[in-house]
Write a new protein. Structure first.
Length: 402
């Protein structure tokens, strides 16, 4: 339609129906009006605001809650701080060390320090006696056998327990439990000395302590005589020295009361008993014995049998390298007329009784003494005294001898 017209929506002027742009105001027909778009956007935003904005009463409640929270935070910040305990985890090494040295039981009794002793008897301790020695708990009870009673010493460390049983005697006998420092820097060990009674025998010595990380018992055996002094380190090597007397000399050449015996020194290490008597550190002990037994050997002082003193004198002198001198003095001093059965020897070496027909009977005191000192390690097997006559001659005992 050539004459057809339309009205411009912007300026209201009439223009041709096919016009794309109004010749009066420049309006482009066929596009969305920017004004309408802006109006629609403003309208949508207003509607969104109306949908999402909370009512005023909710805004007031939220503000109150926030205020309360802020006041609580402020009060906490102004209050005194409480330090929380710090937990420090033990290292693997610390844990292992704690396992190696268990803490003594809480129920342990009074401590017995190194060098201290407890005298125990059945009469004096009717109830269980408890002491703590280092990390060990020591409990002393009794074992009754008819009318005889023995001390029972239980030593515990952690989950381990070992037991020392003393000699069974009458209830009035005293036994000694001591704490001994057996090795420098180490925990003390338990030492039990238990006397068996009788005229001159026997003191039973036992130890209990930690060796190689475990509780162990070491038995030093039975020794003639009374209880010994607690061991100390005489040689300076860090080990306690147990000083006894060589019991082999007792009764060998004279009665017990007339017999002298040289020192015998023991160490306990690694759970074993070692004879260290030849160590040069103990020379003074042998000098003391030479002075005591040598005088008796020469003079028979105080009516003591010189034949019982001369063996200890010669043995102690041998330890000091004075064997020739002591031997010559013994030969001049011993009493050949005393009636005492001399020690005999055996053709074969044995720890049992010498077999029939192999026993050696020595014909003189010097011969028997020389063989005895060689057998017990005081004199070398190849040594012979220059003035000895017939010391190598032995008389085999007849096979049918009584």
């Amino acid at each position: 339609m050539i004459g057809a017209t339309k009205v411009c929506p912007r300026c209201a002027e009439r223009v041709k129906a096919a016009a794309q742009v109004c010749r009066y105001c420049g309006h482009e027909f066929g596009r969305v009006s920017l004004a309408k778009v802006d109006a629609a956007a403003r309208c949508g935003a207003a509607a969104s605001t109306r949908r999402t904005s909370p009512p005023r009463r909710y805004l007031w409640s939220a503000g109150a809650v926030i205020s309360i929270v802020l006041m609580a935070v402020l009060a906490w910040a102004m209050s005194p701080k409480v330090e929380r305990p710090v937990v420090v985890k033990a290292t693997v090494r610390e844990t292992a060390a704690a396992a190696e040295v268990p803490v003594a039981e809480a129920s342990a009794g009074p401590e017995l320090a190194a060098g201290e002793s407890l005298e125990w008897s059945a009469d004096g301790a009717p109830e269980e006696t408890v002491r703590q020695i280092g990390t060990m708990v020591v409990r002393v009870t009794r074992k009754v056998d008819e009318d005889m009673i023995a001390p029972v010493v239980s030593v515990s460390r952690g989950t381990e327990t070992v037991t020392l049983v003393g000699e069974a005697v009458s209830s009035g006998f005293k036994h000694r439990i001591s704490a001994v420092r057996n090795k420098a820097g180490a925990q003390p060990v338990v030492m039990l000395q238990s006397f068996s009674g009788g005229a001159h025998c026997c003191n039973h010595i036992q130890l209990a302590g930690v060796s190689g990380g475990r509780l162990k018992v070491v038995d030093l055996g039975l020794w003639d005589g009374d209880q010994i002094a607690l061991p100390v380190d005489l040689s300076g090597d860090g080990l306690a020295d147990f000083v006894e007397r060589d019991n082999a000399f007792l009764y060998a050449f004279a009665a017990y009361a007339m017999s002298a015996a040289p020192p015998k020194i023991l160490n306990v290490t690694g759970g074993r008993v070692i004879d260290v008597s030849k160590h040069a550190a103990f020379r003074q002990l042998y000098r003391n014995e030479i002075a005591a037994s040598g005088e008796i050997c020469r003079t028979g002082a105080e009516g003591i049998d010189r034949n019982g003193a001369c063996p200890s004198y010669v043995a102690s002198a041998a330890r000091l390298g004075r064997l020739n001198e002591a031997w010559a003095e013994m030969v001049r001093s011993y009493a050949a007329d005393l009636d005492w059965e001399l020690p005999s020897g055996c053709v074969i070496r044995t720890s049992e009784q010498c077999p029939e027909g192999s026993r050696i009977v020595y014909k003189s005191y010097p011969e028997a003494l020389l063989a005895f000192l060689k057998e017990h390690g005081y004199v070398a097997n190849g040594w012979s005294p220059p003035d000895a006559v017939g010391v190598d001659e032995v008389i085999p005992e007849p096979a049918n001898a009584d």
